[in-house]
Each structure stands twice: as structure tokens, then as C-alpha cells.
Design a protein around this ligand. Structure first.
Ligand SMILES: *Cc1c(COP(=O)(O)O)cnc(C)c1O
Length: 630
């Protein structure tokens, strides 16, 4: 029965759009399991289900995150090589010195992998705060790699940066506002080290979509042109013009439209030219972040997508810069970008287990109403009896109106619970039949679009959106979501996802689509006793660090996995936060809490054995995982 119709792996990939968003790192295998190919489509593969099962055998609880350092490695290489290739293609005489902005993901494995793989490319790091700089200064970078300092700065931040320079690191301090200039100059005199300075230029050009406000004249960061002119005068007066080495511009994250990027590059390159004409010996043109990830695979300028590829991005940056500076006879600058999202997004997969299914009513054909039932219930029933492909609109409109009226009458005490229950059964059954009819039509009328959502199952997943997918909640970010197995079976159900937090926002009801946004995800009917896992993909950027402890759900465990010809290896497992750790963040100590419950136990009527057992359970709970464990 189950296998009456089997999908090919290709068909399954089309349903979940895998080839469009996977970056070549994921695919559907012959056995219907989702596979990771960290060395690219031609390299070795491993089934994600097998990895999850191996972790469970080791006693690791879900939810958990899988990290593939090889994917990070591939992304760092792809990024650097895209620029070197573009430079070769256009005969560019400068070079490329990318930096990874650590705010995107500061996890140890991420930072150390990026630093190690980036060494041959002189790939550097970017700090936006004192703590980030403290982290960066201790990393093993190449001598020539840049360490760029962005964000608002106090004296200590600047001292730390200048000390880094004194220690031989290629630190460039970007001025985000004019007032930082006198501060930096004063501290550099104090410390006896000349700074290397960058100026963040407030672009007229804006990105598009979520982070539009990062660019434009109203942006939070950056100097206006009059301020830049003044900064140059101040530096010239003090004989320090040669410390100004970089122009920096950043139009925001996830810039989906390549035309916006080109406009920004043109503007920034022009500023580089103008500053050189004023006598500043600029060497670096830093074009910031913004390189987008195609989360939905649509290759459009939709906010979850990008209408360009990495190589197009690199080529456009190189070409436009070259064109602008050559027109003015200035030398080709060293190009810098600060891509974060595009480097880290792919390497991380969140694995969720479905613990329950909530199905809307009306799956079974309801019973005919008895004589005593309310006349409107009879009317609903007759509508259902007469439903056909010809009259489905009218029947659905009538059924909808009857259901609403019955609900109002119920509120007034004029309809019984039993009648209302039957009415809803009939309404939902009618809606399901109408949905089946609409799906068979070549064109689905708009008014029936909501039916998919109305009739979708709710899969209860053991996780917290606020901890593990904060952007899905805060900014409606879309992430690809795919079952890890059974992909050769046609998915017979449609579902939305709900998390286990006590917050009605803790749900996912928007899914990727090539044309729009899907209201429900195609999934398989859950089989009792058989785990059903969903993978959430492209979650390696920002999600870790923005996650919060809403409802005291903690950071989830993470497994570091490598894949080779002999299969996969779980290199390391970092356990998730215990209840105690999350509680202590709120200012309590485990000791005080334990003393509190001990007092309660002493005063209780529990038997000595019960008292002991309770205190033991309490202690175990504090050491336990914060998610559902059975
Ligand atoms: C956040 C940020 C970045 C990273 O942007 P992505 O879109 O993730 O590449 C780069 N530069 C600056 C100044 C930033 O604030």
C-alpha cells in the first residue's frame, strides 16, 4: 500500500526544491534519505538520518544542530577563489583581502575553521565590539590578514585595537562617526603607535528588503561627505594623512538585487578616487557584507533569495571598481568584502523531531444530524450532500456562513455544544472535499488559497523557535525545511510546524516556494513508533547568536561531523545548556533553589523515602536538558 507510488529522488528534490537552495551540499539519496555532500556533489555523501541515529545511539538528545566544518571550508574557498578568478579575468592589478565578520557566528568551531582555512588567502576577521576583538586577537591569522574594527567605540576598544597593531596585526580602525577621529588620534599618541584608519562612508545607495536601513543618508553608521572632507583636513593638519588607508561602505545584509550592489560599489569607488585626489594614500576599498543567500532557491530579488551568483557578485565588484578608478587614473585598490551570511549559512542544519500531530476536524465523513439538530446544521449537511465540481464555490460560501452563524448563536447560548461540534465536523469535511476539487483545477481561485492553511496538520516539534530560529519569528525569514527520510514516498499530508514554547508566535507557517511563499509543508503521515525528523537548512548565519532563552529553553547541543570515503565521523559533541545554566542566567543560583525546595520538603507530609526521591529528581532536573526528553 505505502509503496504503491514511489518517487524518484529527482521528484522528491523538486518538491522540496533541494537543488535550488542546496549550494551543492545536499541531495536526496537513492534510499529516499536526505544526504549531505560537504565536498560537493561529486564527493562522498552521508545520510543525515544515519548521523542523527548514531547520535541518538550515543544518548544525545534532540533537538540538536549538525555542523559540517567541511562545508565552511568549501565556502571560504569558494568566496576567495571567486574574487581571485574575477581579478584574473579582468586583469585587475590589486588583490582581494576578505574578512569574516564574527558577529554572524562566533562559535568556536566556526571561527577556528574560518581562520585556519583562510590563512593561505590572507583572509581576516572583523570585530564590531570589544569582546569580539578580544576573541579575534587570539586567533591564528596570516600576518597580512586584515583585522577590521567597526561599530561604535569607547577608549578601551580603541586601545585594544591600537595594541593589536603594535603587536604586529594588520588592524584597521573604521571611523563610524566623526567624533571617533580625535579620540583615536589622542589614544594613538598616548600609546605611541600610528593607527591605520578607515572611513565608513554613508552611502546614498540603499540595499533592498530587510536591511534597507543600513544604507542611505539616514543610516546609523558612517560619515557624510562634509564630515569626510573635515576628517581629511584634520589628518592633513596633523601630518597624519598617510594613516587613512581604507574606505568602507556597507549597504546592509541579504541584498537581493545585484543592481543595488553595483550602484553602491560605483559610489564607494568614486569616494576612494576622490579621497586619493585629496592626497590620502588609500589602499583598501572595503565593500562590506550583503552577499545574499538564496534561501528559497528562486534566483529572484525576493527577500529570501538573490538574483545573482557568487561569481557574478565577485565579477561585478571587480569590474565596476576597475572601471571607476581607471577612468580617473588611480591605482586598483585592494578589494575587501565582509561577507558573513554567505560564508556560514550552509554549514549548519537544525534537526527537529516531530512529537505530535494536531489534525483539524473533518477527516472522516461525519454522521448525519438527528431530527433534533439545529436547522442550520441540517442546512450544512445538505450542502455537503449536494457538493460537486460545478457548485463547490456556492456550497463553500454557504457552509462558511452557516458555521459563523452557528458560532455566534453558540455564544448567545442558543446552540448546544453537540450541535456546534457536529456543525464543525461537517464544515471541515466540506472544506476538505472542496480543497480536493480545487487542487484538480488548472487554476486555483484566490479565495481558496487559505484552505491549505486551514486544513493543514500542525506538527508539534520539540524545539523553540526563539532559541533556534529567531529570524523565522522576528523577521519572517524563510529557511528550507525537509524531512530527513521517506523521500521516495509521496508526501500525503500538508502541515505547519509549532514549537513547544508557550507562545502562539512559536510556529512556522511560511515555507519556501519558487514563486511565492507556501502556507504549508508537504510531509508524510507520521507512523506510530517511528521517529520523524525534519531538517531546517541554511541556519548557520545569525541564528545561534540571536537565539534567546524564552520559556527557559536553552542552547541546543551541537555535533561536528565530517564526511569521507569511509563514511561519516562525529568528531565532537558539545552538549546543550542544562536547566541550571539557563536558570542561573536569570540571577538565581542552583544552591539557593535547592535550599528553597529542601525547606518545602521538610515541611511537607511526604514520607522520608518520598522526600529523598523528590530531592534526587529535582537535582537531576537541574542537570537535565530543557527540551522534551521522551
Ligand atoms: C553585519 C555586517 C556584515 C555582514 O553582513 P552579511 O550580509 O552577513 O555578509 C558586514 N559588515 C558590516 C559592517 C556588518 O555590520
Amino acid at each position: 500500500m505505502r509503496t504503491a507510488k514511489r518517487f524518484s529522488p529527482k521528484e522528491a528534490e523538486e518538491i522540496y526544491l533541494v537543488p535550488y537552495w542546496s549550494g551543492g551540499f545536499f541531495r536526496v539519496g537513492e534510499d529516499g534519505e536526505l544526504e549531505v555532500t560537504p565536498l560537493g556533489p561529486k564527493g562522498p555523501a552521508a545520510s543525515l538520518l544515519e548521523i542523527v541515529e548514531a547520535l541518538r545511539d550515543e544518548g544525545r538528545p534532540l533537538p540538536l544542530v549538525l555542523r559540517f566544518p567541511q562545508i565552511l571550508e568549501a565556502r571560504v574557498k569558494e568566496l576567495n577563489e571567486a574574487f581571485f578568478k574575477a581579478m584574473e579575468k579582468y586583469g585587475y592589478q590589486g588583490t582581494y583581502r576578505g574578512v569574516y565578520p564574527v558577529k554572524v557566528n562566533q562559535r568556536r568551531l566556526v571561527l577556528e575553521t574560518v581562520a585556519r582555512v583562510g590563512r593561505p588567502y590572507h583572509y581576516g576577521l572583523e570585530a564590531g565590539s570589544k569582546a569580539e576583538l578580544a576573541l579575534i586577537l587570539a586567533q591564528d591569522l596570516s600576518q597580512e590578514a586584515l583585522v577590521t574594527i567597526n561599530g561604535f567605540k569607547d577608549d578601551d576598544f580603541i586601545r585594544l585595537a591600537l595594541t593589536g597593531k603594535k603587536l604586529g596585526r594588520n588592524v584597521v580602525i573604521t571611523l563610524e562617526k566623526f567624533a571617533e577621529l580625535p579620540r583615536v588620534l589622542r589614544l594613538s599618541r598616548e600609546l605611541g603607535v600610528a593607527p591605520s584608519l578607515g572611513i565608513r562612508y554613508k552611502l546614498k545607495a540603499k540595499g533592498a528588503g530587510q536591511w534597507e536601513a543600513s544604507g542611505g543618508e539616514n543610516a546609523k553608521f558612517g560619515l557624510t561627505t562634509p564630515e569626510i572632507a573635515r576628517a581629511v583636513e584634520v589628518l592633513r593638519d596633523q601630518g597624519l594623512l598617510d594613516t587613512l588607508v581604507m574606505v568602507h561602505a556597507h549597504i546592509g545584509s541579504q541584498v537581493t538585487d545585484i543592481r543595488r550592489i553595483k550602484a553602491a560599489v560605483r559610489e564607494a569607488a568614486q569616494t576612494y578616487v576622490q579621497l586619493r585626489k585629496l592626497g590620502a594614500p588609500l589602499r583598501y576599498l572595503n565593500l562590506g557584507g550583503g552577499l545574499a543567500v538564496d534561501y528559497d532557491g528562486s534566483k529572484t530579488n525576493f527577500y529570501a533569495s538573490a538574483n545573482y551568483t557568487l561569481s557574478e557578485y565577485a565579477e561585478d565588484l571587480v569590474y565596476v571598481t576597475k572601471e571607476v578608478v581607471e577612468a580617473h587614473g588611480e591605482p586598483h585598490p585592494i578589494l575587501v568584502t565582509e561577507s558573513g551570511r554567505a560564508v556560514t549559512a550552509y554549514h549548519q542544519v537544525l534537526v527537529l523531531e516531530v512529537t505530535d500531530v494536531i489534525t483539524p476536524p473533518g477527516e472522516e465523513r461525519p454522521q448525519a444530524p438527528g431530527e433534533e439538530a439545529h436547522p442550520l446544521v441540517h442546512e450544512l449537511w445538505e450542502g455537503l450532500q449536494g457538493l460537486s465540481a460545478k457548485n463547490f464555490r456556492e456550497v463553500y460560501h454557504d457552509a462558511f456562513a452557516d458555521k459563523e452563524t452557528l458560532q455566534t448563536l453558540y455564544d448567545l447560548g442558543l446552540v448546544s455544544l453537540k450541535d456546534r461540534a457536529l456543525a464543525e465536523e461537517i464544515f471541515y469535511h466540506t472544506a476538505r472535499r472542496v480543497y480536493a476539487i480545487v487542487q484538480g483545477l488548472p487554476y486555483a481561485p484566490d479565495e481558496f488559497e487559505d484552505l491549505e492553511k486551514l486544513l493543514a496538520d500542525k506538527l508539534v516539534c520539540n524545539f523553540s523557535i526563539f532559541q533556534s530560529l529567531p529570524d523565522a519569528w522576528a523577521i519572517h525569514q524563510l529557511f528550507p525545511i525537509v524531512p530527513l527520510s521517506r523521500l521516495r514516498e509521496p508526501p500525503s499530508r500538508r502541515a505547519t510546524l509549532v514549537d513547544i514554547s508557550c507562545d502562539s508566535d512559536g510556529r512556522i507557517d511560511r515555507f519556501i516556494d519558487l514563486h511565492d511563499v507556501r502556507a504549508a509543508l508537504p510531509v508524510h503521515a507520521i507512523r506510530p513508533g517511528e521517529p520523524y525528523y525534519l531538517g531546517v537548512f541554511l541556519v548557520g548565519a545569525y541564528q545561534d547568536v540571536l537565539g534567546s532563552n524564552h520559556n527557559l529553553f536553552g542552547q541546543v547541543g551541537e555535533a561536528h561531523v565530517e564526511v569521507g570515503e569511509e563514511g561519516f565521523a562525529i568528531q565532537r559533541f558539545v552538549p546543550g545548556e542544562t536547566a541550571e545554566r539557563v536558570i542561573e542566567k536569570m540571577g538565581f543560583t542552583a544552591r539557593e533553589l535547592t535550599l528553597g525546595v529542601e525547606r518545602l520538603v521538610r515541611q511537607s507530609r511526604l514520607s522520608p523515602a518520598e522526600k529523598g526521591a523528590f530531592l534526587e529528581r529535582y537535582a537531576r532536573e537541574l542537570q537535565g536538558y530543557t527540551y522534551l526528553e521522551d
